[in-house]
Design a protein around this ligand. Structure first.
Ligand SMILES: [Fe+2]
Length: 248
């Protein structure tokens, strides 16, 4: 997998911050799949909004993003969603391989974001616990927006604009990143919906609120000791696993 490494400038002092953040970048170049995902997300949006209580997050008070805690796009079984899940799984394995990191049992939970005129995500990160692992997002539809990543240091209590690393959003672009790092988006000023699928990969089957398996929603993403099932079943349940190899 192609990596983009965000690196601190050469330290001129023994106390200067030193950091290196690997972003994994892949492209899902299948317009039909992306169109299918867009349709599915927009069709499911009203029901999810009605069923799930919003918890404001990253500057978003309403919409699917603020319902991230109670649905999992890795349980959606429509063919375009299965293609998305397989693409993420392969990309995740490629990311580990490129970084020479061993596979381990992990879980995934994903949600959809639909942003309309003027909306944006405020700076946030997904996990800074000792178990922080990998997060990612796939741009499904967008106009002229960027996702902006920052090093793990704050200046005057906020990410420093001088240190930002913007990535231009484009349909099909998947970015994998350490869950610890701060990121935000530029405002979406287009007329159409900006749609992304985001996800967290966990090493432990509990979420940041301490709920086991987020009420049973987490899906096994990878289990090097056995099999994986990325698109069906509940946490810890593998109902249609296939053996994994880094070449599949
Ligand atoms: Fe995020």
């Amino acid at each position: 997998m192609p990596l983009k490494r965000l690196k601190s400038p050469p330290a001129q002092s023994p106390f200067a911050p030193i950091w290196e953040i690997p972003l994994g970048i892949e492209k899902l170049s299948d317009a039909e799949t992306l169109a299918g995902i867009r349709k599915i997300v927009l069709a499911r949006e009203p029901e999810l909004k009605q069923e799930i209580k919003a918890k404001p997050i990253a500057g978003i008070d309403d919409g699917l993003t603020s319902r991230w805690h109670s649905f999992n796009t890795f349980t959606w079984n429509e063919p375009p969603m299965r293609q998305f899940q397989e693409f993420v799984r392969k990309s995740y394995l490629g990311y580990l391989s490129a970084l020479n990191i061993s596979r381990r049992k992990c879980y995934v939970q994903g949600w959809a974001n639909v942003v309309r005129g003027g909306g944006k995500f405020a700076p946030h990160c997904h996990d800074q616990s000792p178990y922080a692992f990998v997060s990612g997002n796939l741009t499904v539809a967008c106009e002229d927006t960027q996702t902006i990543y920052y090093p793990p240091y704050l200046y005057r209590g906020a990410p420093s604009p001088k240190m930002q690393v913007p990535i231009q959003n484009e349909p099909g672009l998947l970015t994998l990143f350490p869950s610890t790092i701060m990121h935000e988006t530029s405002p979406h000023n287009g007329d159409s919906e900006r749609i992304t699928l985001a996800f967290d990969i966990f090493l432990q089957d509990f979420d940041l609120g301490g709920r086991p398996g987020a009420d049973g929603m987490h899906i096994v993403m990878d289990d090097p000791a056995g099999f994986t099932g990325t698109h069906v079943g509940r946490a810890g349940t593998v109902t249609s696993g296939t053996p994994l190899s880094l070449n599949d």
